[in-house]
Design a binder for this molecule. Structure first.
Ligand SMILES: *[C@@H]1O[C@H](CO)[C@@H](O)[C@H](O)[C@H]1NC(C)=O
Ligand SMILES: *[C@@H]1O[C@H](CO)[C@@H](O)[C@H](O)[C@H]1NC(C)=O
Ligand SMILES: *[C@@H]1O[C@H](CO)[C@@H](O)[C@H](O)[C@H]1NC(C)=O
Ligand SMILES: *[C@@H]1O[C@H](CO)[C@@H](O)[C@H](O)[C@H]1NC(C)=O
Length: 505
């Protein structure tokens, strides 16, 4: 039968498209916006509100003067203004007269202007009885307003030069849910003792990139997220986190925290905490008393030399544990340290001082990153309990073929990706799992692929052998025939085999 060419092409392109939709999730073209039904013409009920020149105003009370290079606050704003957009201008001054009549104002956006504390007559804010959203990020304020209205829901003061907050800036605000104070110059002395007194609904507080040395106390128990990264924190006073039963995410990375600055109860009451980032601090031991519902724990980039047997026993729900860039040796990881971590699937131990695969690795691990250590041998049982492992990265260690036991990989029946690059292997190890899809042994001293080493690897899709000393006759006859899934796209000069897959770019 004679198929017309174009219909075959059409069928093909439909299939490719279907494949891409399934695999790449190409966003579906947005449908043409439906034309809005013509608004009822002259709605005489609404009075036209005075609109400052150049700004655009709506009958619903929003006044948009954003990005107009304004140097002055607009005069003659209607008392009915509910939303006022003044972001991205050059306004330096706001007086009481400018704003005190705006009793209906709900949103005031002054982000990215030239406001200083002297230029902002903050008594004006007291009268804004409906003000809910106040955006003052990216100005030049050195002190926060002394009093903000109790109607406040969200306040953004990020990227100013704040050194001082007052008790009624954020205190006594029962509706307040989020406060953004990152990128300022706050020190411990610049904060009132009860900064959120009677503001019992605060959920998000960001104070990253300031100069705090001590974690602030008396935070509301409603908090969900607390950002304190990139300060100068040395100490977490006893009990400061004890009432934060709703806290789910706590960001403490890039500080100077050491084990002396905390104790075994510092985090223990944070019963909702799922995400804790303590990376890039000065810890020498995994802290004790971690909260039991933690899912993700960042401890990388510290000075951790030891994991005691009981440090992680409480965190039974932990799924990700990141311990890379520390100073761990195999013998200083207690053999029971990971016991009971039945949900832990991702463990990063790269860039440490491991000489061996640590004992007692978590039994349900799926991804194990051991690269850039000093591992020189793999014994028969070092990997024997890792039945569920799918990705093992052992690149850039000190492995030699003589010290990799021929049965070492026998239990890894689900392993899909194995990276042994940058070691000192002389031959491709035998007994590699048949489940492998990716095998990388670049940059070793391989001079042979022993008979049968690749036998039965029907799923192998990518084999990287570049930067070795392999010659054509050092590969056993028939080796490539066995690799059914391996689509060799180019056999390069130095035995680099690489399969290019259709990429979704
Ligand atoms: C907190 O606010 C209450 C009123 O809601 C007041 O009685 C108390 O003195 C305040 N406490 C502090 C420490 O400011
Ligand atoms: C912390 O240590 C003290 C004394 O070593 C002990 O009494 C207490 O039970 C520990 N608390 C926790 C939460 O482990
Ligand atoms: C890190 O902690 C140790 C004590 O564990 C302390 O001696 C050292 O000064 C700390 N380093 C920094 C930069 O804070
Ligand atoms: C092993 O880890 C290194 C560093 O993250 C990465 O570049 C490499 O691709 C990994 N190997 C595999 C096979 O994924």
């Amino acid at each position: 039968m004679d198929f017309p060419k174009h219909s075959i092409l059409q069928a093909l392109s439909v299939m490719v498209l279907a494949w891409m939709l399934v695999h790449c999730q190409i966003p579906v073209q947005p449908e043409e916006e439906e034309e809005e039904p013509a608004k009822e013409a002259d709605n005489t009920a609404v009075e036209p509100i005075a609109c400052p020149s150049e700004c655009s105003c709506s009958t619903e009370g929003s006044v948009d003067c954003a990005g107009l290079d304004l140097t002055e606050f607009p005069e003659e704003l209607s008392e009915n203004t509910k939303q006022l957009s003044l972001q991205n201008n050059k306004i330096k001054q706001i007086t009481v007269e400018h704003i005190s009549h705006l009793h209906q104002l709900e949103t005031l956006n002054l982000q990215n202007n030239w406001l200083t504390t002297d230029g902002l007559e903050d008594e004006g804010f007291e009268t804004l009885e409906k003000l809910a959203y106040l955006y003052l990020a990216n100005n030049k304020l050195t002190s926060a307003p002394v009093i903000l209205p109790s109607s406040l829901v969200s306040a953004d003061f990020a990227a100013n030069q704040l050194i001082r907050i007052y008790p009624y800036t954020f205190g006594q605000k029962p509706k307040l849910r989020s406060v953004y104070l990152h990128n300022n110059k706050l020190t411990d002395a610049g904060l009132p003792d009860h900064m959120f007194n009677a503001s019992d609904n605060l959920e998000i507080l960001t104070m990253s990139s300031n100069f705090l040395r001590v974690v602030p106390g008396n935070l509301p128990s409603s908090l969900h997220r607390l950002h304190l990264k990139s300060n100068k924190l040395e100490k977490i006073p006893p009990g400061v986190f004890d009432s934060l039963h709703n806290l789910r995410e706590l960001y403490l990375q890039n500080n100077l925290l050491s084990n002396e600055g905390m104790d075994n109860e510092t985090f223990s009451q944070l019963s909702s905490l799922e995400y804790l980032d303590l990376s890039n601090n000065n810890l020498s031991v995994v802290p004790k008393g971690l909260p039991r519902n933690l899912v993700l724990l960042h401890l990388e980039k510290n000075d951790i030399q030891r994991i005691p047997g009981d440090a992680l026993t409480s965190v039974r729900n932990l799924e990700y544990l990141l311990l890379h860039n520390n100073k761990l040796r195999s013998r200083s990881i207690h053999p029971t340290a990971f016991q009971g971590l039945k949900k832990l699937h991702t463990l990063h131990l790269y860039n440490n001082l491991l000489e061996r695969v640590p004992r007692g690795l978590p039994r349900r691990a799926k991804t194990l990153m051991l690269l850039h250590n000093f591992i020189s041998e793999i014994g028969r049982n070092d990997l024997a309990l890792l039945y569920t492992l799918t990705e093992l990265n052992l690149s850039y260690n000190k492995l030699t073929s003589a010290k990799v036991h021929r049965d070492a990989f026998r239990k890894l029946r689900m392993l899909e990706t194995l990276d042994l690059s940058g070691n000192a292997l002389q031959t491709v190890p035998v007994g590699l799992p048949r489940s492998l899809q990716v095998l990388e042994i670049k940059n070793n001293q391989l001079s042979s692929i022993p008979d049968g080493a690749l036998t039965g690897m029907e799923k192998l899709q990518r084999l990287m052998l570049s930067d070795n000393q392999l010659k054509l006759n050092s590969v056993y006859p028939g080796a490539w025939m066995e690799l059914r899934a391996l689509t060799v796209s180019g056999l390069e000069r130095r035995w680099s085999l690489q399969v290019q897959h259709l990429k979704c770019t």
